[in-house]
Design a protein around this ligand. Structure first.
Ligand code: IMP
Ligand code: MG
Length: 434
């Protein structure tokens, strides 16, 4: 039975949350496998509107097990706040399981994230400032603190002392900032450990058990593949593996790559990016404002779920998207926010780049080159009619059908699902993914 991975195909915020929410209906286990609370999903359902940063989007279905894998960086304060927020709206959180092998975001990670961004000045990455990058740095440097360490003072004391001994040297010598005192944070983290203990378990077993029993498992990516540490627009990337490549998804819950049967990529009908870094199709005109503020009065505009920053807006970049389709091994696409294009007279898709008078159709690795390429656009007529109510492909306006067909051709992958609004039912299912 399938283990399906859902990844963002662009620079994040493609609407993975609502796609996972929709697909979760058929899954027994829904798992987050990477990143931390730099991610943000907005989910609208019959219980209200929710902004989730760590808890998998499957939590709204009472019979699903939702797991946070070893690949995730967990800020305990954020996770506990999210759990309490869900409980306050009577959402059952008893089926949430947190991996004991997940890394913990500590106060020095948040501090270092902010200090390093300030030090970079004009070259700042534009991180979310949540401490995710420094947490993953410590994981690789073998200095990290894991969920398992929070559960007992005998484990936490030596690990926290060792980490602080190192980090305070960095904080004071590199950044000339105030050190963090052990006494000021130890009690808080031991207390977090006590409150998280009921949720801690063996995530790998849960995923593999479901797989063995023939139940569907959904692995929910965070961020977008073009922010991937390996394949993204380095160095303007996140510090984890949002893509399914390098077996990021398998690694993040502790299964083998061959256990995964299908990878679904979620793409917006246009592009957005928050934070800094190359963005060839970025728009600075009134179309950008129009797309950004579509549905703003209902809180649906293009503003970050985690930071509230206005998102940078551009046309769909088929060069970058095709690259993402390839390195993710995508078998199906979900195209989101089609309705946002409803009012646009002429829609553009970038089909190649121009570089010093030559046409290229691959994404250059060099940042300086990527900043220089000029998008070559194909223009398609808009449909200029509402699509929010449409539930079948044949009922879409012909121009919208043509746009989708062209996206399939350019990306070399079928569009199996289209979303035309924020709620669960505002979707056109062309081919059921499960
Ligand atoms: P970090 O992940 O906070 O270190 O930020 C690194 C880059 O990834 C910045 O450009 C962020 O804006 C971006 N980023 C991180 N998480 C998300 C997300 O969930 N959606 C969109 N962009 C994100
Ligand atoms: Mg988001």
């Amino acid at each position: 039975m399938p283990i399906v991975v859902v990844v963002g195909g662009q620079w994040g915020d493609e609407g993975k949350g609502r796609i996972v929410d929709l697909l979760a209906r058929k899954a027994k286990v829904v798992a987050r496998y990477s990143a931390g609370n730099n991610a943000g999903h907005t989910i609208v359902n019959d219980r209200g509107e929710f902004k989730l940063h760590l808890v998998p989007a499957g939590i709204f279905y009472p019979e699903k097990t939702c797991v946070i894998g070893n690949g995730v960086a967990v800020d305990p304060e954020v996770l506990l706040g999210e759990i309490e927020g869900l409980q306050a709206k009577s959402i059952d959180t008893s089926r949430l399981v947190l991996s004991d092998r997940a890394q913990v975001i500590m106060p020095w990670h948040r501090l270092l994230d902010q200090l390093e961004e300030a030090r970079r000045g004009d070259a700042a990455i534009g991180t979310t400032g949540k401490g995710v990058g420094p947490c993953f740095t410590d994981k690789v440097a073998r200095r990290g603190i894991r969920v398992a360490d929070l559960l007992r003072a005998e484990d936490l004391v030596p690990r926290m002392r060792a980490a602080l001994d190192y980090q305070n040297r960095v904080v004071t010598c590199v950044y000339d900032a105030e050190p963090i005192r052990f006494e000021d944070c130890f009690d808080t983290y031991i207390e977090y450990g006590k409150r998280l203990a009921p949720f801690v378990g063996d995530v790998q077993e849960i995923v593999l058990d479901a797989h063995r029993r023939g139940e569907h498992v959904l692995l929910e990516g965070a961020q977008g593949s073009l922010l991937d540490l390996d394949h993204g627009t380095y160095p303007f990337v996140t510090s984890s593996v949002p893509s399914s490549s390098s077996s990021g998804a398998a690694l993040g819950v502790g299964i083998g790559p061959t256990d995964i049967s299908r990878v679904v990529g979620v793409f917006k009908s246009y592009s957005t990016r928050v934070g800094n870094g190359p963005f060839p199709t970025e728009l600075f005109d009134s179309v950008a404002d129009q797309l950004r503020d579509h549905g703003k009065e209902f809180g649906r505009g293009e503003y970050g779920t985690t930071t509230g920053r206005p998102r940078r807006i551009g046309w769909l970049d088929a060069v970058a998207a095709r690259y993402s389709v390839r390195f993710n091994g995508l078998a199906a696409l979900a195209l989101t926010r089609l309705d946002v294009l409803d009012d646009i007279a002429t829609i553009k898709i970038c089909t190649s780049y121009e570089l010093d008078g030559e046409i290229i159709d691959t994404l250059p690795a060099r940042e300086s080159v990527l900043n220089k390429v000029r998008p070559v656009y194909e223009e398609l007529p808009g449909w200029q009619t509402p699509t929010e109510h449409v539930r079948s492909f044949d009922d879409l306006p012909p121009q919208a059908q043509a746009f989708i067909k062209r996206v399939e051709e350019l990306l070399g992958c079928p569009v199996d699902l289209i979303s035309v609004g924020p709620s669960r039912e505002q979707a056109v299912i062309v081919n059921p993914i499960f």
